[in-house]
Design a protein around this ligand. Sequence first.
Ligand code: LIP
Length: 299
Amino acid sequence: MPVELNDEVIQKALQAAVDAAQAAGAIMDECFERRCNHDATFELGMDTKSTAVDLVTQYDRKCEDTVIEMLSSFLAVYGDSSEPRPFRFLSEESHPDEPLTDDPTWVIDPIDGTTSFVHNSFDCGVSIGLAVHRQPVAGVVLLPRLKETFTAIAGQGAFCNGKPIRVSGCEDPKRAVFCTHCPYKRTPEALSALTKMNYELMADHGVHALRSYGSAAMDITSVAFGRIDCYFEVCIQSWDMCAAVCILREAGGVVRDVNGAEFDLMRRGMVAASSPELAALAVDICHRANYRTALLGSP
Ligand code: LIP
């Protein structure tokens, strides 16, 4: 039986995701406030995961538990069941290995940009995407410190705080701001690839500026908002990208795999650009720096 969701269900699903993102954002804000007030009882509860710089805190888990609890009460009829039921969950902290199927799936990063969150920085937020047939169909990215909530439903436009947004449309690297990143993997090959790409963007293409923030969801929505013209990264996960890719596509952006192929939520990387020209340049630079192989071991 085909897995289809009608517009009314997707609209209600997005509202449920916005409500859940706001609840998680409030938890993040409470943490920021307690730290700014030098609350002596405050505990971040920081730990590490895949490497010494791949961080997680008790707030990541608290935000994810809150989001999943709220979204578990959102029920809809889909697939081979005639009974309303919750969507599947693919989430960074508690469901990281959930296979992505054709079924409607919440793809959740409770705090995207955990390192920035740990360091009390602005570049972090909540990302809740909805994927059907393995494609983003709706999403919300909420950035508490910037007081920005990005939303989109496929085919219905992209918004920041309810106002329509569009990419910059920039095609010329000499007039562009590019955004790259600081990877968890710090092997010589990884760092050499990133250094080579950053050098080329500045020395050969004369970009206006390079930026590097801590949240892929913020970077991708910044392309959608028109304040970044091209972002690319590998080693990121489906939950970093799902919501923001829907928002970027609806803002007129270009989304590709770093090897130039169609974007795939499960291939751990992407190019997000304001135009096909900048997307093609990013793909070429990544290819010549052997970027994906340097960080993930395969092209
Ligand atoms: C982060 C991404 C960011 C990347 C970090 C990390 P997390 O996700 O949003 O773009 O550079 O290495 O993967 O781990 O904070 O959810």
